[in-house]
Design a protein around this ligand. Structure first.
Ligand SMILES: NC(=O)c1ccc[n+]([C@@H]2O[C@H](COP(=O)([O-])OP(=O)(O)OC[C@H]3O[C@@H](n4cnc5c(N)ncnc54)[C@H](O)[C@@H]3O)[C@@H](O)[C@H]2O)c1
Length: 483
């Protein structure tokens, strides 16, 4: 898990890391450091000579050492060597400590830029273009695997203007990373992200794009997401609204539509909607052809702070909610807080129950922040919403990274859920929103804890007071044992 702060530029030799890095650092008032120049400075000789005398292995060891030191700094833009990503350790370091920007250019464009450069030991071969192609084939997937943002610097002039402009926008967005080894993924949070092609591009494969959404969200946001996928044929799968859509019948429709569209194993499925769509589409992605890549694009507060992160996907069974499912992590989460503008008040409040749950269960300073800012959140202040979504995602990403399959700590996020699920079941799913049931469920769980002597009465009272201010129910429904 990380915060946006430092910027690390990765990419092939000649992609423009030094040029872009300097420009960026100047505009963002950060310090630019070029890791290759740092190594040369320490050794007192140029890189080709280090290669010649010590060999590539020793150079890579020096590079790893320098990167370990540089990534520990704050407020820097770092231009990394083209081969830095070959080391898993370097990749993890870069991904964990800052925003990774991949400056991408085709080998042919790179060749035009570097063919006369004598300072490139790896190109000292008979056919440098072929060598560039081979290096690109090897490294491109590695750059992509850690990139929060990919900027095309291939065309002339682009690297002087495109990347800084994109990154200025980028700073309005918060990005975290959920660390799960090779299945790690970014979580982007901010306003007006839905149409941003740069957020989808790194995840596109060759097998087509399909968007699963529902009949409420489609008219509001489907066109925006399509605008972020220019020129691509997109299969739109619009399912009915509501919890009942999370069942076999709708799943079958989704799978059928994917097959009819000849959606390939290397296709990208996008879940655009609340937790229902996220769970359903995520499960479809988990089982379609034994698993395909998918993005979570959550449009409810509940989905942005909770269900889109962590890879739990499911449909309901007549005998129980979420009974059929799979753990299947998305490739990225794109949480656009501007989409919350159209969310009904009641749904917004239900999402706030999950926000409060994260704070009460795991983060007292965040709870204090919520007590001060709950009014801003109910008034849909975007900065406050962005902060709350980010903090919840940080908490959840940290927990999922250490307990992906809920063997221990992740169960903390089920606070209030035992009573909450009972309320949902007893009232018939739909009468109470999930978040509303969780709100009352948390109060019931806290009351039980007070009685068991596990927490003090004022803690339970504090929780209740915050939920009331958020407009949430704090007592369960009157249900008779006979139903
Ligand atoms: N996978 C997990 O880890 C996890 C965690 C918590 C909850 N869940 C699941 O999430 C589901 C609840 O999610 P939810 O609360 O998002 O419900 P939901 O998906 O039904 O969305 C609530 C309502 O808001 C509408 N909507 C969505 N985005 C909108 C927008 N931007 N503007 C206007 N309307 C919009 C939806 O069409 C729906 O009518 C449950 O099925 C629950 O089991 C899953």
């Amino acid at each position: 898990m990380k915060r946006a702060g430092n910027i690390y530029l990765v990419g092939m030799m000649g992609a423009g890391k030094t040029t872009v890095g300097r420009l960026l650092a100047r505009r963002l008032k950060l310090r630019f450091v070029d890791s290759d120049q740092e190594i040369e400075g320490r050794c007192g000789v140029k890189i080709p000579l280090i290669f010649e005398i010590e060999g590539e292995g020793r150079f890579r060891a020096r590079e790893a050492q320098v990167l370990a030191e540089l990534t520990a700094l704050d407020g820097v833009v770092i231009g990394t060597g083209g081969g830095a990503v070959l080391s898993e350790e370097n990749r993890q370091r870069l991904a964990a400590n800052g925003t990774v920007v991949y400056l991408r250019a085709r080998p042919e464009d790179l060749y035009e830029r570097v063919r006369h450069d004598r300072n490139r030991p790896l190109l000292a071969t008979g056919d440098p273009l072929e060598r560039l192609r081979a290096l690109y084939a090897e490294r491109d997937p590695l750059y992509r695997s850690i990139a929060d943002l990919t900027v095309d610097t291939g065309r002339q002039g682009r690297q002087r203007t495109g990347a800084p402009a994109a990154l200025q926008t980028r700073r309005a967005m918060e990005s975290l990373r959920l660390e799960l080894g090779s299945r790690s993924y970014p979580i982007h949070i901010g306003a007006d992200l839905l149409a941003r092609a740069d957020l989808y591009r790194p995840h596109l494969g060759g097998g087509g794009v399909a968007i699963v959404t529902n009949e409420v969200v489609a008219p509001l946001y489907l066109a925006k997401v399509r605008a972020g996928l220019p020129g691509l044929p997109v299969t739109e799968i619009v399912v009915p609204d509501g919890e009942q859509a999370k069942g076999w019948q709708t799943l079958d429709r989704v799978l059928d539509a994917l097959l009819a569209a000849r959606f390939g194993r290397d296709g990208l499925l996008i879940a655009l909607g609340g937790g229902v769509v996220g769970d359903l589409a995520g499960f479809a992605a988990a089982v379609y052809q034994r698993g395909v890549a998918f993005l979570q694009v959550p449009t409810t507060l509940l989905a942005q702070v909770d269900s889109s992160v962590g890879g739990k996907t499911a449909i309901n069974h007549p005998r129980g909610k979420n009974m059929i499912g799979a753990f299947h992590q998305p490739r990225a989460v794109i949480a656009d807080v501007a989409a919350l503008d159209t969310l009904p008040d009641r749904e917004l409040r239900a999402g706030l129950a999950e926000v409060i749950k994260h704070a009460v269960a795991l983060d007292v300073p965040f709870l204090e922040w919520l007590e001060e800012n709950i009014g801003k959140l109910t008034a849909r202040d975007r900065a406050a919403l962005t902060y709350a979504v980010r903090r919840c995602c940080e908490i959840k990403a940290g927990i999922v990274a250490s307990d992906e399959r809920e063997a221990g700590q992740r169960a903390l996020l089920n606070f209030g859920h035992t009573f909450g699920h009972a309320i949902e079941a007893a009232t018939g799913y739909g009468a109470w929103l999930h978040g509303e049931a969780i709100a009352a469920g948390m109060v019931m769980a806290a009351e039980l804890s007070v009685r068991a002597g596990l927490i003090a009465r004022p803690d339970a009272t504090r929780l209740k007071a915050l939920l009331v201010r958020a407009g949430l129910p704090v007592t369960g429904p009157a249900v008779s044992p006979s139903g």
